[in-house]
Design a protein around this ligand. Structure first.
Ligand code: ZN
Length: 210
């Protein structure tokens, strides 16, 4: 018994190193063959890359007005009043579905857009023209807000109080010009409100500090 165990151990010690080397070489060769077979014959089975920007994630943050308390110091009266009529909001399933019509690039759940404050509670498919926009970049917020003003707030919005609409039209038509109040100023303010661009569209940061 002892002799047999010793013999066994001895055999193992004698044969182990060469066997291991041969086995390693065989395994490497097999692995190479398998890898070649996979890459040459079945490339379509490789795992696909997932684009993080179109993941359907909502932060759950409530909508917030574009206007900031410091706006009056730097922006024109027209822009200040306009920014009080528009809010950032996060698209849910319903908003995403409604916004998808007539678009090449879908609006994804969790994407942040701008919409008329006065039509915020109107079902997405019942709103009048120009009530909602989805800028793909922070710099696009400015131009789309001006479009919303012309096509919706100063025109077709059925819910903005009439005196407020008249005041907005009056200030717009004054064409007051102040330097440094354009798209960059609006983009900076959007960033201060926790909105960022992810390469696909706008999003809310998960926390204001993040
Ligand atoms: Zn409206």
């Amino acid at each position: 018994m002892e002799a047999a165990m010793y013999e066994g151990n001895q055999m193992q010690m004698d044969t182990e190193p060469p066997l291991d080397n041969e086995m390693e070489q065989d395994m490497m060769a097999l692995a190479d063959d398998e890898w070649l077979a996979l890459t040459e014959n079945e490339p379509e089975e490789s795992p696909s890359v997932i684009t993080p920007s179109i993941e359907h994630i909502m932060t759950g943050r409530p909508p917030n007005m574009l206007y900031l308390s410091c706006d009056g110091k730097y922006l024109t009266d027209y822009h200040v009043l306009l920014r009080k009529q528009i809010q950032f909001f996060e698209a849910n399933e319903e908003e995403s579905r409604a916004a998808a019509q007539g678009r090449n690039k879908p609006i994804v759940v969790g994407q942040v857009g701008i919409r008329c404050m006065h039509c915020a509670l109107v079902p997405p498919d019942k709103r009048t023209r120009g009530a909602v926009y989805f800028p793909s970049k922070l710099e696009g917020v400015y131009q789309m807000a001006l479009s919303m003003s012309n096509t919706h707030l100063c025109d077709t919005c059925p819910h903005i109080p009439k005196d407020l609409q008249q005041q907005l039209i009056f200030l717009r038509d004054m064409k007051q010009v102040v330097s440094g109040t354009g798209k960059n100023a609006w983009a900076l303010r959007a960033g201060a409100l926790g909105v960022y661009e992810d390469g696909y569209g706008l999003r809310y940061k998960s926390t204001l500090l993040g």
